[in-house]
Every structure is written in structure tokens, then in C-alpha cells.
Design a protein around this ligand. Structure first.
Ligand code: GCB
Length: 598
């Protein structure tokens, strides 16, 4: 019976639903394919469909060249334009600013094949659908704009002149995740790094090495191999802590790991990362891993057993200074550096999984992270393929970041309307998240409603299933004037911690006036002042995450001279200028840091 139970537990945690993502690309030998890629803009998808709208067998992925002077071929990658990878296409050429559709990318590369080495092509992200071809053959399709994916190309790669072609399509769809409307720019393209990844013939495909839920001295997890020699000896080493533990993988290449470890715990005050080596007979992977516990107790959030207040800030994946999608370590360092300067110990990475640099830097800088998938506003709750898609994006987010100590919350959704179909959908996502990772807290940014004109009530039925309640409110901006906050009382149906996951108002940097004039820095500052005095009165509040660190581009924000297609709720402008509200928040966080636990 015991054995059967163990088997059931193992089946539940085996990463079979996580696809084929190779864990920890940073720890592997890689060859970058970043740089200029040849591109063909294809709004009618002529390179994909024939004139009967059937998938063509002779599309652009063939990368054909005329062989005789009479041959008719109507495209040529090698004399077409080019775009930089990584990078969204919208901000690289003016004519592409509003473009939504297909662009074909081509990269030619040489590769020296090596004995006993497998080769994969890895994409950090492609928004939104990517069809990938190598030397005329289709490797596969990936849907979802913010998570990584890879394909094995060991048997297809040639020594010279490989033709790697990717069709990227960012057309919005009602049944997609996200759906047709979002308050952010639908940046298309190969927005993150592309790499060739080399592995041994049998390699460490994935692993989960974290403290067991509720423990501060027991490591619990698993390692999964991929290849032909699946049963192997395995060692987990943490040299700095003089830990070296031996295990063995089974016939499926799977090993459960569990051991005692007395380690310095990761926290914002001491973001300690250990070098962890995962050593098998055929492979060795190094990762930098932090260890901490995170849990809730009543309305408290406990980090390493101690109550903590999350001094947060929301961030979009928007590049500081140059605009467009952020994609580099420097972008991450700038954005998270500003968050630190604000006094934050927590960031909400809205509204989709951000690039991996953000998570790696958060780990190093000691900033806790809320990570979410783009289940945003109103999607097709009753549609099974929409659910599968959301589950897949969730699984890929967890697959990539499950070993980052910084991540303390997986969030399922943002501002979704209460209803049965939505509840069923989100419960499935929560089940999936918990089956893949039982150690993090689960949340969602939800809404509230008035029970009378002075009382805000938080009672979304989804609250039953989450660990922490996230709530967005715009008192003083969409909801009355700033003073309205003074007379409000907040009530919550659940005995759980609350994070105010959004509040704020818009002001372009440098636009001045009095505190009642919309769009001025003074009005924005006024919103924050009244918000803070209201927030301080909420007894079960355990975190605040104003909207948002930096102004970002949005098609919903056309007001000329003020917005110019930007959401101006940033505490900092897109050129890095700090607005008055930044200092209101900074002062509050400095006080919080000295009066409450860090
Ligand atoms: C929200 C959304 C966020 C928007 C923000 C706004 O509630 O969650 O995506 O950008 O409000 O500025 O209206």
C-alpha cells in the first residue's frame, strides 16, 4: 500500500506534462544565434498557405533558390530585409509599429557535429505562434508568447549552411491566451534569445531542488534524465555546504531526491545562492540555487518562518530608455535596480512570464517575485483548447523558474470576471500548478466590489482556492477622486493575506499642475498619498504593488500629448525620470523597512 502511494506521488510530480524543455540553459554549453536575421513580412501568409488556403508544401520554409534562369520563385530571404534577434519587430522599423501578423525569420549557421553530443535549438520566447523549420523540415510549432521551448536537431543539422526558418505570427485571437484585448502592446517576433544547446547523449533533462514545503532544513525534489542510458548513478553536491549525496535514477531516468541540509537561507537581506552540481555518469550541470521557505499562516506571509510585508512594485517587460520588449541582463538590472531604489523587496512581473534574466537577477539581488501567466480579463473559459493552452503556458513558466528562490508566488490570472466557467477553468490551473510545484504560494489578481458606498468587499469565490489574495483597485483614478480613499473600509471574506496588486494613476513626467488636475504629477502624487493612508488601515494587508514601475506602450491609450499610446501610470517615465509619486512610495517603503520585518 505504502509503495502504491509513493508511486502515485511520484507520478504526480514526474515532469511529464512539462514538455521537453531543458532545464537551466544558463548552465549548458550554448552557441548564440542572436544578431541580424533575414526577414520577410508576410501579412497574407503567402509563404504558408496556397491560394486555396491549404498549408503549402512549398512554402518559404523551403528557402528555395531558382536553379535555372527560368525558375519562378517569388521570395528570397538572402536579399530581404533583416531584424535583430532578440527583439520585437514593432520597435525596429517604423512601418512595423502597429503590425500584427506573420514575419518569417531566417538564420544560416554552420555547425561542427561532435561524437556523443546532442543538439537542440532553444528559443527564449516567440510572440505568439512560432513554426520552426530546419533545412526545409518542420521541427514543430509553439504557441504562447512568453515561455521558452526547444527542439532536438541532432539528426537534421549539417556541417555548413543550415537554414533555420521561423514563421512568427502575433495575430490576436479570441480563443488565445491572452485574448483580443490587453492593456499592453502586442510586440511580435523572436523577442528573446535563440541558442543552440549541446548536451551529452544522455543528459540531465530537468530537476527540482528546493526546500520541502514547511521545512527549512530538508531538500526535496527530483532529477530526470533523457537519453538511452537512463539508469545511472547520480550525485547532488553543494560544495560550499560540504554536501554530497548519492542517488540512482530508475529505468525511466527518474530519481527522487531527499536529504537534510543545514544552509544559510535566502532572503532579501541575505540573497544567498549556493552552487549546486547535479552529476551523473554522463553529464554534469551547475546551477546557482537559493533555499528559503515560504508559506502562509492565517493572514500572515512567512518567509523562513518569519512574518513579512511585501513591499512590491508591478513591472511590465518593457525596455528602459529605448522602449520595446526588454530582453537583456542590463534591462533586468536597470528595472530591478529601480525597484530596489524604491525600497521594494518584491516585484509583480505582470502580466506574463518575463525573460529569465529578470528571475536570475531577482535571485541575486534578493527581490521576491510574483510570476503570472497572461490569463487576462476575459478569455474563452468554456473552450477546452484555451484551457490546454493556459495550462501549457503555466507548465512552461514553472518548468523554467521552479528552482529560483526569488519566485514565491505563481499567479493564475488577472482581473477575471466572477462566474462558474471561469472558476472551473482557474481551479484546473491551480491544480496543475500545485501538482508541478507544491512549495510556492498560489494567487491571482482579483477584484472587489462595494457593499455600500463606504465599504469595499473582497469575496471572489476563487479566494477559497488561493493561498494569498491579490486585489486590484483604482480608487482615486477610475473610481472617484483621490479623497474617496479616506472614507473607505475594507472587508475580506477569507482569513488569508491580502496583497493590493494594483493601484495608481497616470501622469506624464514633467506635466505639472495642482493636485486635482488629472494627468499631472501632482494628481498622481495625491492618489498615492490618499491610497497609502487607506492601505495602512487594512488589518489583513500583507503587501502592496502599485501600478507600475515604468510607463509602457499600450494601444488603449491614445490621448495625444499625454499618453501617445503609452500607459503613463509609471512611477518612472520610459526615459528613466522619476515622478513625484515615486518618492511618496519610496518614503513609505523606507518606513515599512524599519518598522516591519524585512
Ligand atoms: C488594470 C490592469 C492593468 C492595466 C491597469 C490600468 O487593472 O490589470 O493591466 O494596465 O489596470 O492602467 O488601467
Amino acid at each position: 500500500m505504502k509503495a502504491l502511494l509513493l508511486l502515485i506521488v511520484l507520478i504526480a510530480v514526474v515532469p511529464c506534462v512539462q514538455g521537453q524543455l531543458i532545464a537551466n540553459i544558463e548552465g549548458r554549453k550554448t552557441i548564440s544565434l542572436d544578431g541580424q536575421w533575414r526577414t520577410i513580412i508576410d501579412p497574407y501568409e503567402s509563404g504558408y498557405y496556397d491560394y486555396r488556403y491549404e498549408p503549402s508544401t512549398n512554402g518559404y520554409f523551403k528557402d528555395a533558390k531558382p536553379r535555372t534562369k527560368s525558375d519562378l520563385i517569388e521570395y528570397d530571404f538572402d536579399t530581404s530585409g533583416s531584424l535583430k534577434v532578440p527583439g520585437d519587430w514593432n520597435t525596429q522599423e517604423e512601418r512595423l509599429l502597429f503590425y500584427e501578423g506573420t514575419i518569417w525569420y531566417k538564420k544560416a549557421f554552420d555547425y561542427q557535429r561532435k561524437e556523443n553530443t546532442r543538439l537542440f535549438i532553444y528559443f527564449g520566447a516567440a510572440n505568439y505562434i512560432a513554426d520552426v523549420y530546419l533545412n526545409g523540415q518542420k521541427l514543430g510549432r509553439h504557441e504562447g508568447g512568453f515561455t521558452p521551448f526547444n527542439f532536438e536537431i541532432t539528426d537534421l543539422v549539417r556541417d555548413a549552411n543550415n537554414s533555420l526558418i521561423v514563421k512568427v505570427d502575433n495575430k490576436r485571437r479570441r480563443d488565445a491566451v491572452p485574448t483580443l484585448i490587453t492593456d499592453w502592446w502586442n510586440y511580435g517576433g523572436l523577442t528573446r534569445e535563440v541558442k543552440l544547446v549541446e548536451t551529452p547523449a544522455t543528459f540531465v533533462h530537468d530537476y527540482f531542488i528546493q526546500l520541502q514545503k514547511g521545512s527549512r532544513d530538508q531538500i526535496d525534489g527530483w532529477v530526470k534524465l533523457n537519453g538511452t542510458k537512463l539508469a545511472q548513478k547520480l550525485a547532488i553536491r553543494i560544495p560550499e555546504a560540504r554536501i554530497s549525496k548519492s542517488f540512482a535514477t530508475d529505468a525511466n531516468g527518474f530519481a527522487r531526491i531527499h536529504f537534510d541540509a543545514s544552509l544559510a537561507l535566502w532572503s532579501p537581506d541575505n540573497p544567498k545562492l549556493y552552487e549546486v552540481a547535479i552529476q551523473t555518469e554522463t553529464d554534469r550541470v551547475l546551477d546557482q540555487i537559493g533555499f528559503r521557505s515560504i508559506e502562509t499562516k492565517g493572514t500572515e506571509i512567512l518567509l523562513n518562518g518569519r512574518p513579512i510585508f511585501l513591499r512590491g512594485i508591478c513591472i511590465h517587460e518593457e525596455a528602459p530608455f529605448r522602449g520595446g520588449r526588454a530582453y537583456s541582463r542590463e534591462d533586468a538590472v536597470t528595472l530591478l535596480g529601480w525597484a530596489k531604489e524604491l525600497g521594494a523587496n518584491f516585484v509583480r512581473l505582470a502580466h506574463y512570464p518575463h525573460n529569465e534574466f529578470m528571475l536570475r537577477e531577482a535571485d541575486r539581488m534578493g527581490i521576491m517575485v510574483w510570476s503570472e501567466i497572461p490569463v487576462y480579463w476575459t478569455i474563452l473559459w468554456g473552450n477546452s483548447s484555451t484551457l490546454e493552452n493556459a495550462q501549457n503556458q503555466l507548465s512552461e513558466m514553472i518548468a523554467r523558474d521552479k528552482n529560483r528562490a526569488a519566485v514565491i508566488i505563481w499567479s493564475m490570472a488577472n482581473e477575471t470576471p466572477v462566474g462558474d466557467a471561469r472558476l472551473a477553468f482557474l481551479k484546473k490551473l491551480i491544480e496543475r500548478a500545485r501538482s508541478l510545484d507544491s512549495t510556492r504560494m498560489i494567487s491571482a489578481a482579483m477584484e472587489r466590489h462595494y457593499v455600500d458606498d463606504k465599504t469595499e468587499m473582497i469575496d471572489d469565490p476563487l479566494g477559497e482556492y488561493v493561498d494569498v489574495f491579490g486585489c486590484n483597485e483604482y480608487v482615486g483614478w477610475y473610481d472617484g477622486l483621490p479623497e474617496k480613499a479616506d472614507g473607505l473600509t475594507w472587508k475580506m471574506k477569507y482569513q488569508k493575506p491580502l496583497i493590493m496588486t494594483e493601484f495608481g494613476g497616470e501622469a506624464p513626467y514633467g506635466n505639472h499642475g495642482d493636485a486635482m488636475t488629472r494627468w499631472t504629477e501632482e494628481y498622481q502624487e495625491n492618489v498615492y498619498q490618499h491610497q497609502l493612508s487607506m492601505l495602512k488601515r487594512i488589518p489583513f494587508l500583507r503587501g502592496t504593488c502599485p501600478w507600475i514601475l515604468m510607463d509602457f506602450r499600450s494601444p488603449r491609450r491614445p490621448l495625444p500629448g499625454i499618453q501617445d499610446f503609452h500607459n503613463r501610470k509609471g512611477l518612472i517615465s520610459d526615459h528613466g525620470e522619476k515622478k513625484k509619486a515615486f518618492y511618496v512610495m519610496q518614503k513609505y517603503y523606507r518606513e515599512m523597512a524599519t518598522t516591519s520585518s524585512k
